[in-house]
Write a protein that binds this ligand. Structure first.
Ligand SMILES: Cc1cc2nc3c(=O)[nH]c(=O)nc-3n(C[C@H](O)[C@H](O)[C@H](O)COP(=O)(O)OP(=O)(O)OC[C@H]3O[C@@H](n4cnc5c(N)ncnc54)[C@H](O)[C@@H]3O)c2cc1C
Length: 418
């Protein structure tokens, strides 16, 4: 068993590749494999490890949390936006509860600062009323509709005609959260193997076989010759938590019913930061009415005092599978996009000064619904859907995936682990 080898993940992998040169492709039986060390994969690894399982996390990047998990608003969502009884609603509410508790108990920086969703014109008030109704049905505590003057008294820089106050919303330092979860998982014998990419697999009898390559070999791959993975793992339980590439990876598992994999759409979002600000203009998160594909260009306050505006929605085409496994998406932020941000932000923050926005960072939403379609739910599927025993696919884990991460872990372990 690999877990009796006292090596960290990378060394383990090198040990295996050396062995493969002598003996051909190495096959190794393992207990649980989690593909992807984003916040969701890490939370799942920790959960499985706490349940006494031997866990190997395979991550294509040199460290954890370099994908969407470090390219988001770091907001702990209350659970307002999502349809009643959807996975997003259930897992967001449960995840928020678990997250606040975990952060408090493990000194992970976070703050329950509350949020105002604002309508800046009377014609949007019915949408705000709908959000209030939906949030209340979902069981979100403390929601309160405010008149414009009440909200503007609480936040003097704000301009609005009505606002929905959500006291349960907050912010979290996502890197500290992941670091804490990784530490706990490792303390329970989880092995993280970085620079290690899963490129496909097949079903043999009832057993899943995963093909593993070293990421640097894939980086040099010409895209034409056949891939020759060095290692095959035969796990009892696999969680495909590969974020943006989870659907593409699932389709590379021979024996899986590919009809079960929904089409994926990518929606990039840019963030701009407020330059030269000693005092943040707002104490709470400020969100406009949601737009097609996202929650609208909102104000997020970092725990470090940084004021961030974003993300917008820019639908982009996918990239080839291997580039997506290696996270070669375009995350560059074009300074000229600021011109689109000023008018959006000034709808609720009219005194935003010209020239005060600086390019921040970008993230990409792994969406299961395209432009103009109503937002799709998270998809968490097991054998009953795709036909492969012991495999769980996590698809479309966009917002509120950070908030829901610990609840997704609980759900996967409770529902699928044998
Ligand atoms: C712009 C934006 C704003 C958001 N804001 C919020 C928010 O405020 N609050 C909130 O709750 N949620 C938010 N989210 C959602 C949240 O960030 C995600 O749901 C969450 O980070 C997803 O985590 P993950 O682990 O599923 O994916 P990721 O973090 O993308 O992790 C997947 C990992 O898999 C690895 N990988 C990929 N392919 C392979 C392979 N073949 N082999 C091995 N490893 C592989 C990748 O390198 C990556 O590290 C936001 C998302 C975006 C895009």
């Amino acid at each position: 068993m690999i877990f009796s080898v006292d090596l960290n993940g990378l060394q383990f992998y090198k040990y295996k590749t050396q062995a493969s040169k002598t003996f051909g492709r190495v096959k190794e039986k393992v207990d649980c494999v989690v593909i992807g060390a984003g916040v969701v994969g890490i939370a799942i690894a920790r959960e499985l490890a706490l349940k006494g399982r031997e866990v190997l996390v395979l991550e294509s990047a040199p460290t954890f949390g370099t994908g969407t998990s470090s390219r988001n608003s770091e907001v702990i969502h209350a659970g307002i936006y999502y349809p009643l009884n959807s996975l997003k609603a259930l897992l967001c509410l449960r995840g928020r509860e678990l997250l606040y508790k975990y952060c408090s108990q493990n000194d992970v920086p976070h703050k329950q600062i509350g949020k105002l969703i604002v309508s800046t014109r009377p014609s949007d008030i019915p949408k705000l009323n709908d959000l209030m109704k939906r949030g209340t049905q979902n069981g979100v505590d403390g929601l309160r509709m405010l008149e414009g003057y009440e909200a503007m008294k609480m936040e003097p820089e704000l301009q609005c005609v009505k606002a929905l106050l959500s006291p349960a919303s907050g912010i979290v330092d996502s890197h500290s959260l992941m670091l804490s979860l990784v530490g706990e998982a490792e303390n329970h014998r989880t092995v993280f193997s970085y620079n290690t990419t899963v490129v496909g697999g097949h079903l043999e009898g009832n057993c899943m076989h995963l093909y593993i390559s070293e990421s640097k070999d894939l980086g040099n791959w010409n895209g034409r010759s056949s891939l020759n993975p060095e290692l095959t793992l035969i796990p009892k339980f696999v969680v495909n938590s590969a974020g943006l590439s989870a659907p593409a990876l699932a389709k590379r598992f021979d024996g899986l019913n590919t009809d079960a994999i929904p089409p994926v759409y990518y929606a990039r979002g840019f963030y701009f930061t407020l330059a030269n600000t000693r005092v943040a203009p707002f104490k709470r998160l400020i969100y406009p009415i949601p737009e097609d594909g996202g929650l609208g260009v909102h104000v997020t306050l970092g725990l470090d005092g940084l004021v961030k505006f974003g993300p917008n929605v820019e639908w982009i085409d996918g990239i080839d599978d291997i580039s997506s496994f290696l996270n070669k998406f375009d995350y560059s932020v074009n300074a000229s996009h600021a011109e689109m941000f000023y008018p959006e932000i000034r709808k609720y923050y009219p005194s935003l000064r010209d020239g005060s926005l600086e390019p921040g960072y970008a993230g990409i939403r792994p969406k299961l619904s395209g432009p103009g379609q109503s937002s799709a739910d998270f998809v968490i599927q097991g054998e009953e859907t795709h036909g492969v025993p012991g495999l769980v696919n996590l698809l479309g884990i966009e917002s509120p995936g950070l908030t829901s991460s610990m609840a997704i872990a609980e759900y996967v372990a409770t529902r699928f682990l044998r």
